[in-house]
Design a protein around this ligand. Structure first.
Ligand code: LER
Ligand code: MN
Length: 275
């Protein structure tokens, strides 16, 4: 018996109706669904109905950080827009019953600062305090995700995510690890999870090549042991993506066949054997 729950990021299901994805996840025994954070193009009422019908919950919102949604932009309007965007995701999460929203304080694939890095850190703290307070009022958590150096420069490792979370100092703002990014940046993935301890709110799982766990060279056994040791009770959400530098390229809707049924089924089976 374990308190771990399983989810799958529907980012890679772009190009098909969300109903097909929700039904697929229910069929393979998932507890939750990770939704793309584009509230304006998504029908919250329909999603809520589909989740209920398929007896599955919304685990989290995978927010999409574009250059216009950059919490540490040197342009104040863009910083405000990023806070507003997270607040819109909070409203969407509250409507569909999702528990959290992933946050990285820069645009995806922005790899160097525009302003003094200490200033950017301060903007990140300010923006997260503002969005985090709004999320708190709505019972939603913000999970600060560390991304690898090719997607971000400010938060690459969990120790940095933890430092930011401590400075923001809100009970609903915690850390999140993604084993794909961690495999590139952490000295020891299991140790990094241990360091974060009870501030670990969410986990993205992928192998070293961003394929299904078991298809790359990450050793998931010590990771599972560390998560058990720290008493992690949250979601393991598969975030599997094709081999492309830009993780959001999948949103163009090109189908990568193995990421639908094949990886969905084998990922949960692989992890259930470990936990
Ligand atoms: C998002 O969860 C992530 O890991 C980044 O690579 C951007 O998609
Ligand atoms: Mn991720």
């Amino acid at each position: 018996m374990t308190d771990i729950k399983y989810s799958y990021n529907t980012l890679v299901y772009a190009g098909e109706d969300i109903e097909v994805g929700i039904k697929r996840l229910a069929k393979y025994g998932y507890d939750g669904v990770d939704f793309v954070g584009e509230p304006e193009t998504m029908d919250a009422e329909r999603i809520t109905k589909l989740l209920k019908e398929n007896n599955i919950e919304a685990s989290s919102i995978c927010a999409i950080y574009t250059p216009e949604r950059d919490l540490v932009s040197s342009n104040e309007k863009i910083r405000k827009n990023a806070v507003n965007y997270i607040c819109q995701c909070v409203d969407f999460a509250a409507k569909i019953g999702a528990k959290g929203i992933s946050v990285t304080p820069t645009a995806c694939m922005k790899i160097r600062p525009e302003a003094d890095i200490k200033q950017e850190w301060t903007w990140a703290v300010e923006g997260l305090k503002e969005a985090g307070s709004y999320a708190l009022e709505h019972g939603i958590r913000l999970t600060v995700e560390a991304w690898n150096r090719y997607e971000n420069y400010l938060i690459n490792r969990l120790e940095q995510s933890l430092a930011l979370v401590k400075e923001v100092d809100l009970p609903n703002v915690g850390c999140m690890g993604d084993t794909y990014h961690m495999n590139i940046e952490e000295e020891d993935i299991a140790e990094a999870f241990r360091l974060v301890g009870d501030k670990l709110f969410y986990v993205h799982i992928a192998d070293s090549n961003r394929a299904a766990p078991g298809r790359g060279h990450i050793d998931f056994e010590p990771i599972a042991a560390a998560l058990k040791e720290i008493g992690y009770k949250g979601y393991l959400s598969m975030e599997l993506l094709p081999a492309a530098a830009d993780p959001f390229m999948v949103l163009n809707g090109e189908r990568c066949e193995e990421f639908y049924d094949q990886y969905t089924e084998e990922s949960i089976n692989f992890l259930k054997k470990l936990f």
